[in-house]
Write a protein that binds this ligand. Structure first.
Ligand SMILES: [Fe+2]
Ligand SMILES: [Fe+2]
Length: 303
């Protein structure tokens, strides 16, 4: 457990930080809307209407031919029309992703690590999770898998924001040199890991158990078969391996750990054909996101 005072102070810093504190607020608003049978498009529009960055991302996606617009349709210019065109679920994914993008807008990078690389990784794992989850378990709850992928490395974003000069930079550098696991160099340089920090955050932010457990154990390749969230954690591990293999964004591990993560495939009966199909769809979606400016963390938010 992340019991040391430095870790607790970091969590407090994130709780009081303007952009980080947006994540649990948006998350709980979206959860409320999802569980309310009377909630409609207007409620969802209300969550993001006051935030220019989120509104801009929604409009861009709705006007993208890949995600929302048929070539002969006119462009949409308001949030309600954008949500109708994208669909409720996709719009929720975009709103949540936009709140996470805000915390990854830190400029400086070190060796192979950058905020944009972490952002690409988080989105790629989220999409792969959604695709794999749907394949194995169906549409229901595939959005939980997306959110899990989006937030599984949130502890790294916090370490980047608050600990760059106080150990995180060294941890990233040493992992790069050793080709090992960032978990190990974090322990050496910070005294805790992004899994431990993420667990504490998930608890403070009142995330549902599946999400906190996934954040806390996403590198645990020995996860017990009767662990209540083992299937989701295993899916996230396959997605991490896949994104590493495809070179999508920053990975906080190297080949040896990727090989271990790949073992999760056998617990889920994921075939080579499933992997090929998922990789193809993932590539297409990442390319489409790139074309809509999704990975420009510092763009001017023009619609
Ligand atoms: Fe990751
Ligand atoms: Fe990680």
């Amino acid at each position: 457990m992340c019991g040391n005072a430095k870790c607790a102070a970091l969590v407090e810093g994130a709780l009081n930080h303007q952009t980080f504190s947006t994540i649990p607020v948006i998350f709980s608003q979206l959860m409320q809307i999802s569980s309310d049978p009377n909630a409609g498009i207007g409620d969802l529009a209300g969550v993001c209407e006051r935030d220019l960055a989120t509104s801009s991302r929604l409009l861009r996606m709705a006007n993208s031919v890949y995600f929302g617009r048929n070539v002969d349709q006119p462009r949409v210019s308001n949030i309600t029309d954008a949500i109708v065109r994208l669909g409720f679920r996709r719009a929720q994914e975009i709103i949540m992703s936009a709140s996470v993008a805000l915390v990854m807008r830190v400029q400086h990078s070190i060796v192979d690590y950058s905020a944009i690389g972490l952002w690409q990784h988080s989105i790629a794992v989220a999409i792969a999770n959604r695709l794999l989850y749907r394949n194995i378990f169906g549409e229901h709850e595939s959005q939980d898998a997306y959110l899990g992928g989006l937030l599984h490395d949130v502890g790294l974003a916090i370490e980047h924001q608050f600990m760059m000069q106080a150990g995180f930079g060294r941890a990233v550098e040493q992992r790069y040199i050793s080709s090992g696991l960032l978990l190990d160099t974090e322990t050496d340089n910070l005294g805790f890991t992004h899994e431990e920090l993420g667990r504490m955050l998930g608890e403070k932010w009142n995330f549902p158990a599946y999400l906190t457990e996934l954040i806390a154990a996403h590198h645990d390749t020995q996860i017990a078969p009767d662990h209540p969230w083992a299937p989701l954690i295993r899916i996230n591990q396959v997605s991490e391996w896949l994104c590493f293999s495809l070179g999508l964004g920053y990975s906080d591990f190297s080949k040896a750990h990727a090989d271990e993560l790949a073992h999760s495939r056998q617990f889920l009966d994921i075939t080579d054909a499933d992997i090929q199909q998922t990789a193809g769809l993932l590539h297409k979606e990442m390319e489409a996101l790139t074309r809509t400016g999704w990975f420009e963390l510092h763009h001017k938010y023009a619609a």
